[in-house]
Write a protein that binds this ligand. Structure first.
Ligand code: AMP
Length: 289
C-alpha cells in the first residue's frame, strides 16, 4: 500500500444521496454524532476553520462540495467558479473529515424540480437586492443537504453574514432539528477575507481589494470608539472605498443582526456589511458589533 493510501481509505468521497444515507445510517447505529460543513469547494483556510470546529465537536464529519447552480443568477460566475476536488480531498483528509459528498447537479435536482425553500424579509436586503434568486437557491440546497445528511450540527462562516442569519432563521422558523454554528472570518495576512473568488483577481486588483478591509476596519474602529450614528459610520466607510479607482460599490449598509433591516443608530446587535466590485469580481466583507 503506497504512503498516503491509508488516509484515503479512511475518508470516502461519494456522489450519490443513497451512499450518504447508508453511511450516516451506519454511524447512527453506532450512536455517533454527525457534523456537516456545506461548501462549494476550492477549499481554503476559511473552510478549514469550519472543518476543524466540526471535527472537534462531532464524532463524524461530512463536507459537501457542490457548486449549486440554483444560487447563481443567469449573469453570474457559475461556469467559471473555481473547482479542484483533488486539492479539496487532500485538505479534508488531512483535517480528519470522514466523508465528502460531491453530487452532480443531476443527482441533486434531477430533470424535474419544483420545490423551493423561500424566505421573506431577511433576504430582501443586502446581497438579496443584487442577487434576487441567490437565497432561494441557498435555502433550498441547504435544506436538501440537511435532509440528506441529517447532521446534529452544521457550520457556516461569518464571512457570509447574511447567509448565516438566513440559515439560522430558516432552522428556527421551520423547526429543523440541528444546531447552527457560525465561525469567525478568516483573512489573508494582509487582511483580505479569504474567498474562493479571490483567484479571479489580477495582481493589480488583488492590491485594490484591500480597500474592503480598510473600509471594514475603519467602521469597526469608529464603533469601538463609541460612534453610534450609522450615517456617519457609513459615510466614512463609503469615502474610503471611493478612494480606490478599481472599486465600484454595490452596497455599504448597517443592519439589525437578526432581521437584516437597516438601522440608523447602533442600539442593538448590528451587522455592517459591504459588497464591492473590484473589476468584474464581486467581493464581500463585514463586521458585527
Ligand atoms: P463557500 O464554499 O464559499 O460557499 O463557503 C462555504 C462556507 O465557508 C460558508 O459557510 C462560508 O461562509 C465559509 N467561508 C468562506 N470563506 C470564509 C472565510 N474567509 N472565513 C470564514 N468562513 C468562510
Amino acid at each position: 500500500v503506497p504512503a498516503g493510501m491509508e488516509i484515503k481509505i479512511k475518508m470516502k468521497i461519494v456522489e450519490t444521496i443513497a451512499e450518504v444515507r447508508a453511511q450516516v445510517k451506519e454511524w447512527r447505529a453506532q450512536g455517533l454524532s454527525v457534523g456537516l460543513v456545506p461548501t462549494m469547494g476550492y477549499l481554503h483556510e476559511g473552510h478549514k476553520s469550519l472543518i476543524d470546529r466540526a471535527v472537534a465537536e462531532n464524532d463524524k464529519v461530512v463536507v459537501s462540495v457542490f457548486v449549486n447552480p440554483m444560487q447563481f443568477g443567469p449573469t453570474e460566475d457559475l461556469a467559471s467558479y473555481p473547482r479542484d476536488l483533488e486539492h479539496d480531498a487532500k485538505l479534508c483528509e488531512e483535517h480528519g473529515v470522514d466523508l465528502i459528498f460531491h453530487p452532480t447537479p443531476e443527482e441533486m435536482y434531477g430533470d424535474q424540480f419544483y420545490s423551493y425553500v423561500d424566505m421573506d424579509v431577511l433576504t430582501k436586503e443586502l446581497c438579496g437586492l443584487s442577487r434576487p434568486v441567490h437565497f432561494r437557491g441557498v435555502c433550498t440546497v441547504v435544506t436538501k443537504l440537511f435532509n440528506i445528511v441529517t447532521p446534529d450540527r452544521a457550520y457556516f462562516g461569518q464571512k457570509d453574514a447574511q447567509q448565516l442569519a438566513v440559515i439560522k432563521r430558516m432552522v428556527k422558523d421551520l423547526n429543523m432539528p440541528l444546531t447552527i454554528t457560525g465561525c469567525p472570518i478568516i483573512r489573508e495576512a494582509d487582511g483580505l477575507a479569504k474567498s474562493s473568488r479571490n483567484t479571479y483577481l489580477s495582481i493589480e486588483e488583488r492590491a485594490a481589494a484591500l480597500v474592503l478591509r480598510r473600509s471594514i476596519f475603519l467602521g469597526k474602529e469608529m464603533v469601538e470608539k463609541g460612534e453610534r450614528d450609522c450615517k456617519k459610520i457609513l459615510a466614512a466607510m463609503t469615502a474610503e472605498i471611493e478612494k480606490e479607482p478599481l472599486a465600484k460599490i454595490d452596497y455599504v449598509k448597517i443592519v439589525d443582526l437578526d432581521t437584516m433591516q437597516q438601522v440608523e443608530k447602533i442600539d442593538r446587535g448590528i451587522l455592517a456589511a459591504i459588497a464591492v466590485y473590484i473589476g468584474k469580481t464581486r467581493l464581500i466583507d463585514n463586521f458585527i458589533a
